[in-house]
Ligand binder design. Structure first.
Ligand SMILES: Nc1ncnc2c1ncn2[C@@H]1O[C@H](COP(=O)(O)OP(=O)(O)O)[C@@H](O)[C@H]1O
Ligand SMILES: [Mg+2]
Length: 250
């Protein structure tokens, strides 16, 4: 099977410092994959490379078998990979529903030919409505996005990625800044709203990781030291040893 996302020998240096030392990873379509590891291991750097925010010094990144290594972020987004849970993509003065419509409209524009675009907005509205429900914001449909709570804005941001048609999602610490109850709700929302799509997420809350991940990879000092099911990772001696005395929050 062609992986949804495949990394081959990814290396990244900042100046003389080697941050990623040859990362290989293959994520199956529809898989929920968690990337864990100590602070400073290179997790966010790896996400940035995948999303096109920077280029690796060596290695290749494929999305459904097509190389994306040197594409610009917008081109990678158009191919269906979205980096989410960054509130910056929300239009603060538009309603929640109109934010979702904008995302759906942009996706539609990329998919259709110009003479088909004026045939009405029913697909766009239908898609926005579906996503509104999926991310649990039906009661906030007419609310100005900028006035939502922090957790709600993050839910909307996930909704924007979904409305935009992303089939592969990168979530970097989606529950950061949330209390335990909000975090648990956010994880449940991510699990249900992204069903059927491919998910790669960095998360420190191990309860959340075990609740959502099909497989887990452990990044330590720029290398993946283990990949496996939650049960296998929990039992892995090397993983346990790597965390002794470092800043990992388990
Ligand atoms: N743009 C950059 N320039 C220089 N060093 C960086 C840059 N981005 C990240 N780093 C360094 O790379 C290392 C890995 O950072 P990061 O990928 O954010 O780790 P993680 O997300 O796993 O906590 C850290 O030591 C960090 O200081
Ligand atoms: Mg990080």
């Amino acid at each position: 099977m062609i992986p949804a996302l495949a990394l081959y020998g990814i290396q990244k240096r900042f100046g003389a410092t080697q941050i990623l030392r040859g990362v290989d990873l293959a994520i199956e379509p529809g898989e929920r994959h968690a990337l864990i590891g100590p602070n400073g291991a290179g997790k966010s750097t790896l996400f940035n490379l995948i999303a096109g925010g920077a280029r690796p010094n060596a290695g290749r990144i494929d999305l459904f078998g097509a190389e994306i290594t040197r594409l610009a972020p917008a081109a990678i987004t158009r191919r269906g990979l979205a980096r989410s849970f960054q509130t910056t993509s929300v239009f603060a003065r538009l309603s929640v529903f109109d934010n979702l419509r904008c995302a759906a409209m942009l996706a539609e524009r990329d998919r259709t030919r110009w003479w088909q675009r004026f045939s009405g907005s029913s697909t766009v509205d239908a898609r926005a409505g579906q996503v509104l429900e999926a991310v649990g914001l039906s009661a906030r449909r007419r609310t100005q996005a900028g006035t939502l709570s922090y957790a709600e804005q993050r839910a909307l941001d996930l909704g924007l990625a979904l409305a935009g048609g992303a089939h592969t999602l990168l979530l970097d610490e989606p529950t950061a800044g949330m209390n335990r109850a909000e975090a648990a709700r956010a994880i449940e929302l991510i699990r249900t709203a992204t069903a059927g799509r491919t998910l790669l997420m960095v998360e420190h809350d191990m309860d959340a990781v075990f609740a959502i991940a099909d497989r887990i990879s452990v990044l330590v000092q720029g290398r993946i030291i283990a990949t496996g099911t939650p049960a296998a990772i929990r039992a892995d001696a090397a993983v346990r040893a790597a965390y002794l005395g470092d800043g990992f929050r388990a």
